[in-house]
Structures are given as structure tokens and as C-alpha cells.
Design a protein around this ligand. Structure first.
Ligand SMILES: Cc1ncc(C[n+]2csc(CCOP(=O)(O)OP(=O)(O)O)c2C)c(N)n1
Ligand SMILES: [Mg+2]
Length: 778
């Protein structure tokens, strides 16, 4: 299954050259069709990137039709998306209809999407840099599976990123490089489409060789493909050395401009600069203008033979950066122009390209138009037997049993964070299969987020054994920090971006490798913002993980304004594919965690985010389990209101004691006052939106959970909402049935202080709740 296909090189080079050309055509045509031929209803530009695609077609042709192995996985530069679709079109795995609907509803997505595209997409891309780094974390996950005997080493794939050179400006690339080095990253290729152009401009010449240094320092092999075969042959001729030196020293912008201008401009410039050098005139004379342009742009990243030789040479598991020099817009009239990122060929230009390729008008979508029958048959056979045709389908891994309930940690006073740690610890001590599949991770906050007990029980993951020096020296420590291959905690450095990318990679283990892992990651709640794009990226790929943001809010008191999260409840509400909760009591934590592990495995499920606190509060005596179902739906009446009651208090999370004591103070004066325990503003709001949309879309007239809960109150009732976070997370509930709302919460930066001072200052205390409730009656 894993052996690379042996191909007759000479035959395959010429086939791949033709395929390169065909991919350039199909990707150009797809963009052209969407922008210039398909009917437009909104007057908006459709968009697409012909120059970015053609910059990469040779690299992609050489990879997909030669070097790829069935178990390898690829992240494709977002704006080269059309090229992957064209590849699958040649394999009859993509339809003309979807290509015609490029960037239309149900059509080929602008950027490769795991969840929205119909072709196999290993990694979504779009936010540049993230897909690249994701390959490294997926390789780490692969190693985790190998050392835990879930995957055979012989089936290890390479995780490959096909990246634009501007992606090298993204900071997350370097954070990932450092983390990769710590974990002995292997089986990872990053192939740079080094066209030295980004969106705005040509790249700074000063960067030459800088990337080599950086990557080599981090243990990577760097291979640079500067020239193609034609250039290398020319360099060997008289005058060739002068030409080579000239190319070496030519600034990026000038090279790009001359590329755009073409053969005549190249000739004039070369004659001016090096015409007097031995052999140069004669060398230039060997080529007509077109030939000279071809020679000058015969860079490594456009030369199939150079590319496949390079791929063939990378036959071990060393992480490798392959810098393939290219021209943005290669083979198109856009080549080299600094504005070509969103530039498109006009009608005349696309016609000229079509004619040059011998494609008749009306046959633009024919896979092999312009080739004779024999060549067409030969190419089809070649493609059908190529590596990409052998690509393994994604796996669907069976679910892991989740115990029907998690024991609630004992203790009259507990914090939700401590309860979370204890529940995980209990799982770690159990022989439940679930416990074996849990992988925990944290960006340098393992201990302060209560993951320590799990790690002590289940061990720190390291491919190579890592001694716990403190233990060896018999220095007492509560933390066992010995790394071993069987460990189940992946310790990461502090970079939160890496943390979220690791969670995403772990959360796709079922689909990528056929073994379901259940990742649990903890992060200080405010620093979710630091990795937010990576979190969004993981959710967009529908990776499944349990995120725990803790501690949170101004309840963090002494830690001050830089550590107190404010808007994370809104992040939880706004993020698709992530169900968020903020429990107040330990039994709610147990309930939600149990639900989350099932939800993470449900085909229509999602990831989950739980916002926790270190504030220990008095636990409740429950009469029965009646509250549980409602709690999972987002809220339950902790104190049931009387029918027609004029007021209610709705609280969420750490401020439960304040809400409860305010309720106790008020219920004598306001008989039947309700106290609503909100466990998930997110689920309440989603359900409300879905129910409203459902009335129109599916003609399904159903009440949503929050509507049902609030229907007990008088239509004129007022509601005080309170949480340690943005008040907007709850203030909306007034809109459900038209109740007046007085929202309490934090909407300015926190500061240091003790809890009574801060809750008073930010109006989260019992008095503030009483004042707000009283005001409802004014
Ligand atoms: C995080 C992020 N920022 C900005 C963009 C918009 N954008 C898309 S491609 C691009 C430039 C990419 O240049 P490069 O990686 O060199 O690709 P090329 O098209 O040159 O191959 C930019 C700025 C984006 N997609 N993601
Ligand atoms: Mg570029």
C-alpha cells in the first residue's frame, strides 16, 4: 500500500509537462468562466487567482502525478484551489458543473475546504499560514498514533504544505517551527512556490537565503530549486556563467518586470548589462525572443524534471523545506506583473491562450481538447494510474463509548476548574476506553488549569524518553514530568496558536488516520483571543475537541485586567461548530463534560468550549435530576417562577452565589421571583435562531427552549441578567418574548482587586443585582 509507484521517468516527465499545461488552462478557464461568462446577478466581482494558480501548476503536477503516496496528505495554498479541483476533474472525481459554479453556491469553493468541497481535501486553507503549520501538527499526531500502536510506522504519510512565499511572513509559521523542533518533527514537507510576489508587491531581496538559515537552525533540510534544465544547460555554455551570475544578482522586482515585458526586453537588458562578456552575445543569439523569454523564466519550480528529481531525493523522514523558484502568472500574459495577484486575463488574452493550446472554441471544458486521440488516451491512462488516483479515502472511525454519567466530585465548596480536573483525574484512573483516547494539551498552563492530576496518571507524551530530572534527584514535586511514548499529554510551549492548531490536528485524527482521539485542551480564557484565528480554522475544518478556557473573567481578581477575559462568552456564542458552556456547579461540569465527549463524536456534532473559574463556591443540594436536560439545552430554573411572575434573575457562571443571595433577599418582596441558571447562552441563542428560521424554512412551528422557559413570566415582567463577562451574552433574552432586561456584566477592562471590591466596582455583586431588580419596578 505504501510503496511509491515506480514510473518510467522519461515518459512520465513529458506526460506531466502536458498535465502542467492542462492544469494551467483549466484553472485559468474556471476563473475566467466564473467572472466573464457565467451570468452575474449581483454586480460583484467573483474573483479568483489565475496568476497564483499558474505559478504552482508544475509543482502540483509533479507532486500529485509523481511523488505523492496514498497515505500522504496535502495542504494547498488557498488561492491555488482551482488547480486541485482541476486535478480531480482529470480523474473524473470532480464535475464540470461544480467547476462552472466556481465560487457560486454549491460550486467549487474559492479555497480548498474539507467540509464544503466534494473532492477529498485533507486540510482546509484560506487564512494563509495556518494550513501550512497544520501539516506539522498532523505529523505530530501521526507520531502519537504510531507510538500508541494505533498506526503502523510503514503506513506513515508525509504531511505536505504547498505554500505561497508570502505565507513565510506569518508568525505562526515560526511558532510552529520551534514547537516542531522540540518534538522532533518528521515526515513533513513544505514546498514554497517562491515567486517572490505577494498580493501587494514583490518581496524584499534581503530575504535571500534567510529562510534557509532559519529552517536549517530548526533541523530542517532545505532544498532550493532555482533553475530548470534549460537554464542549467545554458549556464554550461560559453557566456553561461555570466548569465547565471546576472540572474543570481537580479533584484526580484526587476526580474518580475522583465518577465512581464518578455523576450525583447530581456535581450536589451542582458546585452546592456553583460553583452560585453565572453560568449554572452552568441548565447543570446541562439534564442529568438520567445525562446529567450522561455529560457529566462525556466526556473526550478516550472521544470518538471527538476521537481521530480528533488521529490525523489527526499526519500527519508526529515522535515524538508523545498524552495521552488517560480514566476507568478507563468505561461500567462500576467506573468511577473506586480498587480497580477487578482489580475485576470481579458477575453482576447484567454482566447489567445486557448488557441495556443489548440483548444477549439466550445471545447474549453473538454479534459483533453487539443490533443490527438492517442495522446488523450495516453494522458488519461497516465492520470488514472498516477499516485493521486491511489489516494486513500478518509476514514470513518467508530465511536468510543462514553460512560453514561461522570461522577460528581465530592466537596461542599468547589470551583468549576477544580471539578474539571477531578473528573479528568477520575477518568484517568479508570479503565474506560474513553480515558485511553483522551489526549490533553495546554500551552504551558498544564498545572494552573488543573490538568496536572491527569498528566501524573497518564503521563507526558514524548517520542523519545525525557527524564524527569527533579524526580531522579528526589526533589519533591507534585508534577511527574517524565516524557514517554505512551504518555497522553502533549505539552506545548506558550504559543496559543500552536495549541489550537494541535487541537485541530488531534480533532481530525479519526478522519485522517482512522483512530478517534478525544483532545482536551486547556488555555487561560483571555488568551483564547491570541489563537482565535487558529481556533476558527479548526472549527471550519470541523475538527472535534474540548476546549477549556480557565480561569476566566474578573473573578480572577488579583491577576488584574491583562488576565481577565471579558468577551469570551461572545466568542463562544459567535463561533460556529463550537458549543460553548459556562457552568457554575461541579455537577453541571460533570454533566457537560459527559455530553461534550459524545457530541465530539456525533456525525452532526461539534467541538465544545467550557468557560471555567477558580472561585470555589458552595455546591447545591439537588432534589432530583430534573434540571439536567434543561441545563444541557442552555438554562434551567434554579428557583421556578410562579406563573405570571413580574421578574426573574438570570445568571451564568461564577456569579451564581451573588444571584442566589440576591434572589433570597428579594423573594419575600417579589413573590414567585424566578432564578434562571444559564449554562449556555450559546445554545440558548442558537436554538432560538434556529427555531425562528425553521418557521420559515421548514414550516416547523416549534418553541425554542428559552421561549418555553420564559413563557411562565408575565408578558410585562423584567429580567436582570448577570455574568462575569460581556453583558451582551445574555441581554438578548429580552427579545425572545419582549421582556424588559437590565443586563449586568463587565464591559470595561478589569483591574486588580479582591472579589468583593471588583464585584462591587463592576456591579456584579448582590447589591447590584438587587438594585437592578428594584429598578425594573420603577
Ligand atoms: C491571514 C491572511 N491574510 C491575508 C490574506 C489575503 N491574501 C490572500 S493571498 C495573499 C498573498 C499571498 O501571496 P503568496 O503567499 O506569495 O501567494 P502567491 O499568490 O504569490 O502564490 C494575501 C495577502 C489571507 N488569505 N490570509
Ligand atoms: Mg508569492
Amino acid at each position: 500500500m505504501v510503496a511509491a509507484k515506480t514510473l518510467d521517468k522519461t515518459d512520465s516527465i513529458s506526460n506531466i509537462e502536458l498535465l502542467d499545461e492542462r492544469l494551467r488552462w483549466l484553472s485559468s478557464w474556471m476563473v475566467h468562466n466564473a467572472n466573464n461568462i457565467r451570468e452575474k446577478r449581483d454586480g460583484l466581482k467573483v474573483g479568483g487567482h489565475q496568476a497564483s494558480c499558474s505559478s504552482m501548476t508544475a509543482i502540483m503536477a509533479a507532486l500529485y502525478f509523481h511523488a505523492l503516496r496514498p497515505q500522504d496528505k496535502v495542504a494547498v495554498k488557498p488561492h491555488a484551489g482551482p488547480v486541485v479541483h482541476a486535478i480531480h476533474y482529470l480523474l473524473d472525481q470532480q464535475s464540470q458543473e461544480k467547476m462552472e459554479h466556481f465560487r457560486g453556491l454549491g460550486g467549487v469553493q474559492s479555497y480548498p475546504s474539507r467540509t464544503k468541497d466534494s473532492i477529498p481535501v485533507d486540510f482546509s486553507t484560506g487564512s494563509v499560514g495556518l494550513g501550512v503549520a497544520e501539516t506539522a501538527f498532523t505529523s505530530l499526531v501521526q507520531d502519537y498514533l504510531i507510538t500508541h500502536d494505533y498506526l503502523d510506522e510503514v503506513n506513515a504519510g508525509r504531511m505536505i504544505a504547498l505554500m505561497g512565499d508570502a505565507e513565510l511572513d506569518e508568525g505562526n509559521i515560526y511558532e510552529c517551527l520551534i514547537e516542531g523542533y522540540k518534538h522532533n518533527l518528521r515526515n513533513c514537507w513544505w514546498v514554497v512556490d517562491y515567486n517572490r510576489q505577494s498580493l501587494d508587491a514583490t518581496t524584499a531581496d534581503r530575504m535571500f537565503r534567510r529562510f534557509d538559515d532559519i529552517f536549517e537552525t530548526c533541523g530542517w533540510r532545505v532544498i532550493t530549486l532555482k533553475s530548470g534544465n534549460l537554464q542549467r544547460a545554458a549556464f554550461k555554455k560559453p557566456g553561461g556563467k555570466a548569465l547565471q551570475d546576472w540572474i543570481e544578482n537580479c533584484p526580484n522586482a526587476e526580474f518580475a518586470a522583465l518577465t512581464f515585458l518578455g523576450g525583447d526586453a530581456w535581450r536589451k537588458r542582458l546585452l546592456k548589462d553583460i553583452g560585453s562578456k565572453n560568449g554572452v552575445k552568441a548565447l543570446l543569439k541562439e534564442h529568438d525572443d520567445d525562446g529567450l523569454a522561455r529560457l529566462m523564466t525556466n526556473l526550478g519550480g516550472h521544470c518538471i524534471e527538476t521537481l521530480i528529481n528533488a521529490f525523489d531525493s527526499m526519500d527519508d523522514d526529515r522535515p524538508t523545506l523545498l524552495i521552488a523558484y517560480t514566476v507568478k502568472g507563468h505561461g500567462l500574459p500576467l506573468a511577473g506583473h506586480k498587480d497580477n495577484h487578482s489580475g485576470m486575463m481579458n477575453d482576447v488574452q484567454i482566447k489567445e491562450l486557448r488557441d495556443k493550446l489548440g483548444i477549439a472554441e466550445g471545447q474549453e471544458w473538454d479534459k483533453w481538447a487539443g490533443f490527438g486521440d492517442n495522446t488523450a488516451a495516453q494522458l488519461q491512462a497516465f492520470v488514472d494510474n498516477s499516485p493521486i488516483a491511489q489516494k486513500l479515502p478518509e476514514f470513518s472511525a467508530p465511536s468510543v463509548d462514553v460512560p453514561s454519567q461522570f461522577a460528581v466530585p465530592a466537596g461542599k465548596e468547589q470551583s468549576t476548574q477544580a471539578a474539571f480536573g477531578k473528573i479528568l483525574h477520575d477518568l484517568a484512573k479508570s479503565d474506560a476506553e474513553l480515558a485511553d483516547r483522551i489526549v490533553t494539551t495546554a500551552p504551558d498552563v498544564t498545572q494552573t488549569t488543573n490538568l496536572g492530576a491527569f498528566v501524573n496518571q497518564r503521563g507526558l507524551f514524548r517520542r523519545q524518553k525525557l527524564a524527569d530530572v527533579f524526580k531522579q534527584e528526589n526533589i519533591p514535586s507534585i508534577q511527574k514530568w517524565e516524557g514517554q511514548s505512551a504518555g497522553q499529554h502533549i505539552e506545548l510551549g506558550i504559543a496559543e496558536n500552536n495549541f489550537f492548531l494541535a487541537l485541530a490536528a488531534l480533532g481530525l485524527s479519526a478522519e485522517h488516520f482512522g483512530t478517534r482521539l478525544l483532545p482536551v485542551g486547556t488555555v487561560y480564557d483571555p488568551f483564547i483571543a491570541r489563537g482565535l484565528d487558529a481556533l476558527n480554522y479548526g472549527c471550519y475544518m470541523d475538527a472535534r475537541f474540548l476546549l477549556v478556557g480557565t480561569p476566566s473573567g474578573i473573578t480572577l481578581a488579583g491577576e488584574g485586567g491583562a488576565h481577565q477575559s471579558i468577551n469570551t462568552p461572545l466568542i463562544g456564542m459567535g463561533q460556529p461548530n463550537l458549543e460553548s458552556f459556562e457552568p457554575a456547579y461541579a455537577d453541571e461540569v460533570a454533566l457537560i463534560m459527559q455530553w461534550a465527549f459524545a457530541q465530539m463524536q456525533d456525525a452532526d456534532g461539534s467541538s465544545a468550549y467550557i468557560r471555567l473559574t477558580t472561585r470555589a463556591i458552595q455546591q447545591l443540594e439537588r432534589k432530583d435530576d430534573g434540571w439536567k436536560q434543561d441545563a444541557l439545552a442552555g438554562a434551567y430554573w434554579l428557583r421556578e417562577p410562579k406563573a405570571g411572575c413580574e421578574a426573574a434573575i438570570a445568571y451564568c457562571g461564577a456569579v451564581a452565589p451573588e444571584a442566589l443571595s440576591a434572589w433570597e433577599q428579594l423573594e419575600g418582596d417579589i413573590p414567585g421571583l424566578g432564578l434562571l441558571a444559564v449554562t449556555s447562552p450559546d445554545r440558548l441563542h442558537r436554538d432560538w435562531s434556529a427555531a425562528r428560521a425553521g418557521r420559515w424554512k421548514e414550516n416547523a412551528n416549534r418553541d425554542c427552549h428559552i421561549e418555553k422557559l420564559l413563557s411562565v413570566l408575565s408578558p410585562n415582567a423584567g429580567i436582570v441578567t448577570v455574568l462575569d463577562g460581556s453583558p451582551a451574552a445574555l441581554s438578548w433574552i429580552g427579545a425572545v418574548r419582549g421582556h424588559r432586561v437590565s443586563p449586568l456584566g463587565t464591559d470595561s477592562f478589569g483591574q486588580t482587586g479582591d472579589l468583593p471590591d471588583l464585584y462591587r466596582t463592576y456591579r456584579l455583586d448582590q447589591d447590584a443585582i438587587i438594585e437592578a431588580t428594584a429598578e425594573l419596578f420603577l
